[in-house]
Design a protein around this ligand. Structure first.
Ligand code: F3S
Length: 292
């Protein structure tokens, strides 16, 4: 049996980088802290805690301990507070998020009214707004954009996980108001790439396993995309859920995973499929014992 794991299965580049930064820091100065959990996956948060990477929400006295800024980034005020409290900062803000933060700051300084297309409550968006000196406005959709007053110079940037379509619709609505409008497409394509790769893989295999939390929106979406190719698709949280009958007689199995699924869970699933395949092969090779 051939087992193919999608290249972009699981964590995106930014999250992988933040975890690696934290692990490296914990080797030298254990424990280290992260400002909020590095990833929304309870098993991975637990594993990181055991490795001395502790998520905190309140910033106490640092006493020279290291604090990791997660991939979503944070505000300049928070960064300053952390330094003043005596922490060593390891900034693992994803470079794509950093780009949006820098643009928000620069464009505000150049006199643009910055508009961020995104989710007002999301820490990434709150961070970007912070870098604009809290002058940036946030809109979630074209309807909200339509309610913005007229500004002579507007710069529009996007939360990295925005859908392109929504971003450009907002830009169009703002353009209709007149004045100068500068759009900056700061969308990161990690999610789209993962989805497209999984769809393609599903068309090339006989059964597809999607690994991730059953309540994870992006994992469910991946499973829907794979199932839409008519290849039998199963969503599993862990290796023990895989049923031998799903794989019986199959020559090619594809594995993909949601954005919050750690590599070690994907590897456990791959190993389990491999074990089941060799067991099936061994059973096929057992020759019936002749009587007499
Ligand atoms: Fe991940 Fe960075 Fe994109 S955190 S989703 S690679 S913006």
């Amino acid at each position: 049996m051939e087992i193919i794991v999608a290249q972009n299965a699981g964590f995106c580049f930014g999250v992988k980088r933040a975890i690696e930064t934290a692990q490296k820091a914990a080797e030298n100065n254990n424990p280290v802290y992260s400002l909020g959990p590095l990833i929304h996956n309870p098993q991975e948060v637990e594993r990181l805690k055991n490795a001395g990477i502790i998520p905190i929400e309140e910033i106490g006295e640092g006493n020279g301990k290291t604090i990791i800024i997660r991939s979503h980034g944070t505000t300049p005020e928070k960064l300053q507070e952390i330094v003043e409290k005596g922490y060593v900062v390891e900034d693992a803000t994803c470079p794509f998020v950093k780009k949006a933060q820098i643009l928000a700051q620069k464009l505000t300084n150049e006199g643009y009214q910055v508009v961020v297309v995104g989710d007002k409550k999301h820490p990434e968006v709150q961070g970007i707004v912070g870098w604009s000196g809290y002058k940036a406005l946030v809109v979630e959709n074209p309807e909200e954009a339509a309610r913005l007053p007229f500004y002579p110079k507007i710069a529009v940037i996007a939360q990295t996980t925005q859908k392109s379509e929504n971003f450009w619709q907002v830009v169009e609505v703002i353009k209709k108001k007149g004045g100068e409008v500068k759009p900056f497409n700061t969308i990161c394509h990690a999610t789209q790439t993962r989805q497209e790769e999984s769809r393609k893989l599903a068309t090339e295999v006989e059964v597809m396993l999607v690994v991730g939390g059953k309540n994870s929106a992006n994992t469910k979406k991946l499973a829907q995309i794979c199932a839409a190719t008519n290849t039998p698709t199963y969503l599993v949280e862990e290796a023990s859920e895989i049923k031998p009958e799903w794989l019986a007689g199959k020559a090619k199995v594809g594995i993909t995973a949601g954005a919050s699924t750690p590599a070690w869970i994907i590897e456990e699933v791959r190993k389990k499929v491999e074990q089941m395949a060799s067991l099936e092969q061994a059973l096929l090779e057992i020759k019936p014992v002749k009587e007499g």
